[in-house]
Design a protein around this ligand. Structure first.
Ligand SMILES: [Cu+2]
Length: 389
């Protein structure tokens, strides 16, 4: 008996020592938005109600087992059907449920109140990256995992934010109501940032709303929370909450960058420039499926090394395939995801890396010309359709 008590005592000490609690993070975070705090408080209230019920029920049960057992000569009650007892044990849980439902409903209603937002960001899930569109500011970009493949393959030490890093984080202003419109371009994803108290399913054809008013500047990380294919674990979310001024500066910088990229597309680049940029674009956008070494994952994801498209002719076939994708496969259209410059770089890279020594360069102008071709045919189709009707 002594030994059991001692073990029990040690266990209790272990679980309630601040050190262990700090390390374990069993509970959900309090977060940095009013909603995340409301959710946390609601969770704690309901948790303690459950604890109280548990303690009450088990105390009575254990007491009865110990002191009214048969060996002590207890005789079971023999009554059948007891109206007032039955009403009592129906009413008590009912009252408890209603008491819990009132604050829960309040928080739910608050979560869905997206009125009067200062900034609206449309979030689109893709296999396997997130796209962000700032509807009022006109800023748009893709956010790709930026953890180096060397860390994923255990060749180098892993970063503390391993698999929770991206090239372009979502930037939001603090103390402002930010509305999120969540949807998907392919399969079901889920945009989940625990510290903002948001987890919204991204479903193609539907828009789900959420909002956050971040109260503390900082970096908040999350992940896709809906199994969405082989690289589901490789599409993290990074939210950066900054002051109003910093937010405006960031928006201005984004616009400037877009303009510069458009200008850079006008002039031809050297092989080195294209290859350096192409490698980066490839690793962020293509390597998830075609692999860093260009080997792909056959039979679904074809290798780029020696691919009849990547070394074959005409080169325009390669460009068109990357621009417009292959319908009904995971090979998506990159026309709206990458600039002419990035596309030229990545296609040049594919044609010259891993022993694909075609020696051919693709310039932004070549990509631009093929984009135009597609636009033209779409216009022609529209005209044809409208004349039919
Ligand atoms: Cu996903």
């Amino acid at each position: 008996m002594h030994k059991i008590l001692k073990t029990l005592f040690t266990l209790i000490l272990f679980f309630f020592s601040p050190l262990v609690l700090a390390e374990m993070a069993l509970n959900m975070p309090r977060g940095v938005t009013p909603i995340s705090k409301d959710i946390y408080d609601l969770h704690m209230v309901i948790f303690w109600i459950c604890v109280a019920i548990g303690v009450g029920v088990f105390s009575v049960m254990i007491y009865s087992l110990m002191y009214h057992r048969k060996s002590k000569g207890a005789v079971p009650a023999a009554f059948h059907e007891h109206m007032s007892l039955e009403i009592l044990w129906a009413v008590i849980p009912f009252v408890i449920l209603v008491v819990m439902a009132i604050p829960a409903t309040k928080v739910l209603i608050d979560m869905h109140d997206t009125d009067d937002a200062a900034v609206t960001i449309k979030i689109v899930g893709h296999q396997w990256k997130w796209e962000y569109q700032y509807l009022d500011q006109g800023v748009q970009f893709y956010s790709n995992l930026s953890t180096p493949f060397d860390q994923i393959h255990n060749n180098v030490k892993k970063d503390p934010h391993y698999l929770l890093q991206v090239d372009n984080p979502v930037v939001v202003p603090v103390h402002k109501k930010v509305r999120f419109l969540v949807t998907s371009a392919d399969v079901v994803h889920s945009w989940w940032v625990p510290e903002l108290g948001i987890k919204r399913d991204a479903i193609p054809g539907f828009i789900h709303e959420a909002w956050a008013r971040v109260q503390k500047p900082g970096t908040y990380r999350g992940q896709c929370a809906e199994l969405c294919g082989v690289n589901h674990g490789f599409m993290p979310i990074v939210v950066q909450a900054v002051s109003d001024d910093e937010f405006n500066q960031w928006v201005a910088a984004q616009m400037k960058q877009a303009k510069q990229a458009a200008e850079a597309s006008q002039k031809p680049l050297t092989r080195e420039e294209l290859m350096t940029m192409g490698k980066k674009v490839y690793e962020n956008n293509c390597a998830a499926c075609h692999k860093v070494d260009g080997q792909g994952m056959p039979p679904v994801f074809p290798p780029m090394r020696g691919s009849s498209v990547a070394v074959g002719h005409p080169v325009s076939r390669h460009i068109s395939l990357v621009l417009h994708g292959v319908p009904n496969t995971a090979m998506q259209a990159f026309a709206s995801q990458l600039s002419d410059l990035e596309l030229a770089a990545v296609i040049t890279y594919e044609r010259n890396a891993w022993g694909n020594n075609t020696g051919e360069l693709v310039q932004p102008k070549d990509v631009q010309d093929l984009r135009a071709v597609k636009k033209l045919t779409r216009k022609t189709n529209e005209r044809r359709n409208s004349s039919n009707s």
